[in-house]
Ligand binder design. Structure first.
Ligand code: ARG
Ligand code: ZN
Length: 852
C-alpha cells in the first residue's frame, strides 16, 4: 500500500501529445481522449501500458484505431492495463471515451461542481478521475482541449483557440504533467488587465469570478502584475503564454493551484474589498497570487520527477514568495512572521508523531504530504543554501537550474548538483537537510579570556518516527557581538557548524561581549542557551539585527509566562520596562512594535514548556497569559491611549503595508486597553469602523474580554450574504470562546443554519477555529475532542483530503497529561475504527497514534 522513493522506475511509455474533448453535463460528462504514446527509450522494452483511472465509466477504448475488446485489457478500481502483446512496438495512438459525474464529486478532486460551476483540481493525483492516463509528473505532454457546453465561459490551460456557440478550444504548447491540467466552465465574469513582458510580449490577464464579485479583484490583479515584474527583475523569468487566467472558487480543499495558465484559487485568497477583507487577507492574497504565479517556472516549466520531490517546487516557490513579500513590504517584519508560522506549524509537526523529512522516502497517500515541513522547512533549507553560497552564488546556481532543467521533471539531486556545479561547494553533508527529520537543537555556551571570546556550539537532532539516529547537519549560525555599552563590535558573520561540537573564537575584544546568535533565524533549529533576563532586555534594546531584537523580547515573554505557570511568579519589572521602551520607541516600525508587544500564543507556550520538560496545562497557560496581558496593560496604561490615537490613519482605507502596520499596533493597544476599560474603546471602534480590519479586530477584542454578544448579532445581520465574511464570524466564535464554553459554543455553531459543513472553508472556520482555542480544545472533560472526532467521522466519506488534514489537531497529544492523552487517543481510536474510513485519514490517524 505504501509507495517508496527507492522503487522509482521511469515510465514505460512517454506521451507526445494529448487531445481531449469534454462534453459537459453535471451528472454525466463525457471525456474523449486521444493520446499519442511512444515507448520510452530509457525504460525496459515490451512493457504493458498501465493507465491510472478512478471512478471512471469506460465507454470505449482503442489502440492504433482498433477497438480494445474485453479480454484485451484488465480494468480495476485504479486503472486500465493493456498487455504488451496488444501494443505496436512503434509509437501508437490510444483513444478512450469515459463518463464521469462531477455533481457527485464531493472530494473536490478531479472534475467537480462548486456553486453551479465546473472546476478541476488535479494535483496530486486527481487527473485519473477525469480520464485514463499515466498520471505521474514525469510524463509531460502538450495538451489540446475542446470543451463543449452551453456554459457562458469555458476555460482551460494555454492559449485560446477556436470558439463559438457552445464550444471553446485551448492549446497549451508547453509540455506539462497531468496534475497541471485545469478546466473551468460556468457563469463567470472577468476583471481584466494586461502586462507586457520585458521582451515586449503582451499578456492578457483575467480574474474570473461570479457576477457581482468583479469589483473585488483589483488587489489580486495588482499583486499579479507586481509578481510578474518581480520574477523578471529578480530571477530573470518571463511569462510564456498570451493569457494568464485565475478563477476564484468557493469550494476548494486548499489555498490555490498553479495549473498552467489557469490558476484556480480558493475565493478567500482572491476576493477583497476594504469593507470585507482584513489586512491579513490582503497580505495573504498578495503572497498566494505570487506563489502560484512563481510556480510557472518553479513547478511547471521545471517540474518534479515524482511526488517525493514535492519540496523541489514547493520549498523553492515558498522561498520565492517570501522574498517577494519581503520586497513588497518590510523584510524584517516578514521574516518574523515567517518564523512565527514555522514554529507554530512546522516545529510542532517536526517534534511530534507526524515528523518526516523535507523529502519523505515513503507515503501511503501523497495528499497527506503537503505539509509545513515540505513547504516551510523546504523554504528554510533554500534560505540556508543561499546564505552558505552567498547571493552571487545563489543567482548563478538558479540561472544554471533554469538553463539546465527547463522542460525537465527533476529531483533534489539535480537541484543540489546545480549548486555544486555553479559554486564548487561540496553539498553532500548539506543534503541531510532533505533526508533527516526533526528539529536540530543547538546548545551554546561561551567563555571569555585575555580578550578572546569563544562560542561552543553543540548540535543534536532528536529521534523521529523511523529515524532513531541522526548525523550532524550543516548549520549556518549567523552571529554578531555587542560590547556592554551596546555598540556592535562584531558585525554579522556566519559560523558553519558541521560537527557535533565545535568552538569558534573572536579575539581582540576589550570586554566580554553580549552575543547575538542565530541572527535572521539563519537556520530552522531550536537554540538553547542559558542567559539572564538582563541580557535579553539588553538585546531587545540594542541588537542591530531586527529579528534577534524581536526574538529577545519574545524569549523574555516566554520566560515570564513560564514562571507564571510553574511558580505563580508575578511578571517582574525587567520585562515590563523593556516592553514599555518598545511601546514608546517611535523610531521603530509600528508593524515591528506590534509584533514585539504581542504575547506568545498558548500553543507556542505549551510547546515551549514541553521542550523544557514541563507537562503543559492549557488552562494554566491561558490564565497566565490573561494575567500577563492585564499586567502589561496596567504597566502601559499611560502609553496606550496615545498610541491608539497616534496609530489611527486619516482618510480612506488603504491596504498598503505601512497603513496595515499602524493598524496592527493600534489593534495591539486596543486589546490591552480592553483589559482596563472593559471593552469600551473596542465597542466604539466596532460602531465606527469603516473597514473589516477594524470591525473584526474590535469584535475579537470584545469577545476575548467576555463581551460582544450584541455586536455578534449586528455583524451577522450586516454580512449575512457574504460567505467569506460569515466564515470569519464563525471562526471568531469558536476560537475565542471562553475555555469552559468552547465545546458548547462550537456545538451551537454547528447547528446554525449557515453551517454548511460540506464547504471546506466553513468547516475549517468552525471546527478548525476550535483547535486554535488551545484551552477550549483541551477542555479536561474531553468534550471538544469528542466533538471534533464526531465531525471528522462525518466529513471523511465526503471529503477525505480535508478530513485527513484536520486530524493534525490531535498531533500534539503526547505533550499533555495522562488524562488528556487518554481522551485524545480515545477520540483518535474512535476515528480509526470507523468502517470504510478513507485511506487519507487512516494513514494520518495511524501515524499520529504511532501505529503506522
Ligand atoms: N501546488 C499547490 C500550491 O502549493 C497546492 C496543491 C495542494 N494539493 C494537495 N493535494 N494538497 O500552491
Ligand atoms: Zn505551491
Amino acid at each position: 500500500q505504501a509507495v517508496y522513493l527507492s522503487d522509482y522506475t521511469p515510465p514505460a511509455y512517454l506521451v507526445d501529445k494529448v487531445s481531449l474533448v469534454f462534453r459537459l453535463d453535471p451528472a454525466a460528462t463525457r471525456v474523449l481522449s486521444r493520446i499519442e504514446f511512444r515507448p520510452n527509450p530509457d525504460a525496459a522494452p515490451g512493457q504493458p501500458l498501465v493507465l491510472d483511472g478512478e471512478k471512471l465509466k469506460l465507454i470505449g477504448a482503442a489502440v492504433a484505431g482498433e477497438a480494445v475488446k474485453d479480454g484485451d485489457h484488465t480494468q480495476t478500481d485504479t486503472g486500465l492495463t493493456i498487455p504488451a502483446s496488444r501494443l505496436p512496438a512503434e509509437p501508437f495512438v490510444f483513444e478512450a471515451e469515459v463518463e464521469i459525474d462531477p455533481s457527485a464529486n464531493t472530494a473536490l478532486e478531479g472534475l467537480y461542481m462548486s456553486n453551479g460551476m465546473y472546476c478541476t483540481q488535479c494535483e496530486a493525483e486527481g487527473f485519473r478521475r477525469i480520464t485514463y492516463y499515466p498520471d505521474r509528473p514525469d510524463v509531460m505532454a502538450p495538451f489540446h482541449v475542446r470543451i463543449e457546453s452551453d456554459e457562458k465561459v469555458l476555460l482551460s490551460n494555454g492559449n485560446p483557440g477556436a470558439s463559438g456557440d457552445g464550444f471553446a478550444e485551448w492549446t497549451d504548447p508547453w509540455p506539462k504533467p497531468a496534475y497541471l491540467f485545469a478546466l473551468v466552465a460556468g457563469d463567470l465574469v472577468a476583471a481584466k488587465d494586461s502586462f507586457t513582458t520585458r521582451s515586449g510580449t503582451p499578456v492578457e490577464l483575467g480574474i474570473w469570478v461570479r457576477p457581482g464579485d468583479e469589483g473585488k479583484c483589483d488587489y489580486a490583479l495588482d499583486a499579479l502584475k507586481r509578481s510578474m515584474k518581480w520574477d523578471e527583475d529578480v530571477y530573470g523569468r518571463e511569462y510564456d503564454l498570451d493569457v494568464f487566467n485565475i478563477v476564484a472558487v468557493d469550494d476548494f480543499n486548499m489555498g490555490a493551484m498553479e495549473n498552467k495558465g489557469l490558476n484556480v484559487f480558493n475565493s478567500k485568497y482572491v476576493l477583497a474589498s476594504p469593507s470585507t477583507a482584513t489586512d491579513m487577507d490582503y497580505e495573504n492574497i498578495e503572497g498566494i497570487i505570487a506563489h502560484e504565479y512563481f510556480h510557472n517556472w518553479t513547478g511547471n516549466r521545471i517540474t518534479c520527477r515524482d511526488w517525493f520531490q514535492l519540496c523541489l517546487k514547493e520549498g523553492l516557490t515558498v522561498f520565492r514568495d517570501q522574498q517577494f513579500s519581503g520586497d513588497m513590504r518590510s523584510k524584517p517584519v516578514k521574516r518574523i512572521q515567517d518564523v512565527l508560522q514555522l514554529r507554530a506549524r512546522q516545529f510542532r509537526e517536526d517534534n511530534g508523531p507526524l515528523a518526516h523529512p523535507v523529502r519523505p522516502s515513503s507515503y501511503i497517500e501523497i495528499n497527506n504530504f503537503y505539509t509545513a515541513t515540505v513547504y516551510e522547512k523546504g523554504a528554510e533549507v533554500i534560505g540556508m543554501l543561499k546564505r552558505l553560497v552567498g547571493d552571487d552564488g545563489y543567482a548563478k546556481a538558479l540561472d544554471l537550474y533554469f538553463d539546465r532543467h527547463d522542460g525537465d521533471a527533476a529531483t533534489i539531486e539535480d537541484w543540489l548538483a546545480v549548486f555544486q556545479d555553479a559554486t564548487g561547494r561540496d553539498l553532500s553533508q548539506f543534503g541531510r537537510w532533505y533526508t533527516q527529520a526533526g528539529t536540530p537543537r543547538v546548545t551554546v555556551t561561551d567563555d571569555f579570556k585575555d580578550g578572546t571570546y569563544t562560542l561552543h556550539l553543540k548540535q543534536e537532532t532528536p529521534a523521529t518516527p523511523g529515524q532513531p539516529d541522526k548525523q550532524p547537519q550543516v548549520i549556518p549560525v549567523a552571529v554578531g557581538l555587542l560590547n556592554p555599552n551596546g555598540d556592535e563590535v562584531q558585525p554579522t558573520t556566519v559560523l558553519e557548524l558541521t560537527e557535533e561540537q565545535q568552538s569558534f573564537t573572536f579575539d581582540g575584544l576589550s570586554a566580554k561581549p553580549v552575543p547575538s546568535i542565530l541572527r535572521g533565524f539563519s537556520a530552522p533549529v531550536i537554540l538553547d542557551r542559558k542567559t539572564t533576563t538582563e541580557e535579553r532586555a539588553f538585546l531587545l534594546a540594542h541588537d542591530t539585527d531586527p529579528f534577534n531584537k524581536w526574538e529577545a523580547g519574545r524569549a523574555l515573554a516566554k520566560d515570564v509566562l513560564a514562571r507564571m505557570v510553574t511558580d505563580r511568579a508575578a511578571p517582574g519589572p525587567a520585562y515590563l520596562d523593556a516592553l514599555e521602551r518598545v511601546a514608546r520607541d517611535e523610531t521603530l516600525d509600528p508593524a515591528f512594535r506590534a509584533l514585539a508587544l504581542r504575547l506568545p500564543s498558548e500553543d507556542d507556550m505549551a510547546q515551549t514548556l514541553f521542550d523544557a520538560g514541563v507537562t503543559p496545562d492549557p488552562l494554566a497557560i491561558h490564565d497566565a497569559r490573561e494575567k500577563l496581558m492585564l499586567a502589561l496593560a496596567e504597566h502601559l496604561s499611560s502609553v496606550l491611549p496615545g498610541l491608539y490615537e497616534d496609530m489611527s490613519i486619516p482618510g480612506p482605507y488603504s491596504p498598503d503595508s505601512k497603513a496595515a502596520g499602524c493598524r496592527a499596533l493600534r489593534q495591539t493597544a486596543l486589546a490591552m486597553m480592553a483589559r482596563l476599560d472593559d471593552g469600551k474603546t473596542a465597542a466604539k471602534q466596532f460602531r465606527d469602523a469603516d473597514n473589516m480590519t477594524e470591525q473584526l479586530g474590535a469584535l475579537g477584542v470584545l469577545l476575548s474580554v467576555g463581551h460582544g454578544q450584541e455586536e455578534l448579532g449586528t455583524f451577522y445581520r450586516q454580512w449575512q450574504l457574504d460567505r467569506l465574511v460569515i466564515d470569519k464570524w464563525f471562526a471568531l466564535q469558536s476560537s475565542l470562546a471562553a475555555p469552559g464554553k468552547a465545546a458548547d459554543t462550537t456545538l451551537a455553531l454547528t447547528r446554525h443554519p449557515d453551517f454548511d459543513w460540506k464547504n471546506p472553508n466553513r468547516f475549517r472556520s468552525v471546527i478548525g477555529g476550535l483547535a486554535t482555542n488551545a484551552a477550549g480544545f483541551h477542555d479536561p472533560s474531553g468534550a471538544s475532542y469528542e466533538l471534533v472526532a464526531d465531525w471528522l467521522i462525518r466529513l471523511d466519506p465526503m471529503n477525505p483530503q480535508t478530513t485527513a488534514r484536520m486530524t493534525t489537531m490531535f498531533e500534539t497529544w503526547n505533550r499533555y497529561d495522562a488524562d488528556r492523552q487518554a481522551l485524545m487517543r480515545g477520540a483518535l481510536q474512535r476515528i480509526a475504527a470507523t468502517r470504510g474510513l478513507s485511506r487519507d485519514t487512516t494513514e494520518m490517524v495511524g501515524r499520529i497514534l504511532g501505529s503506522a
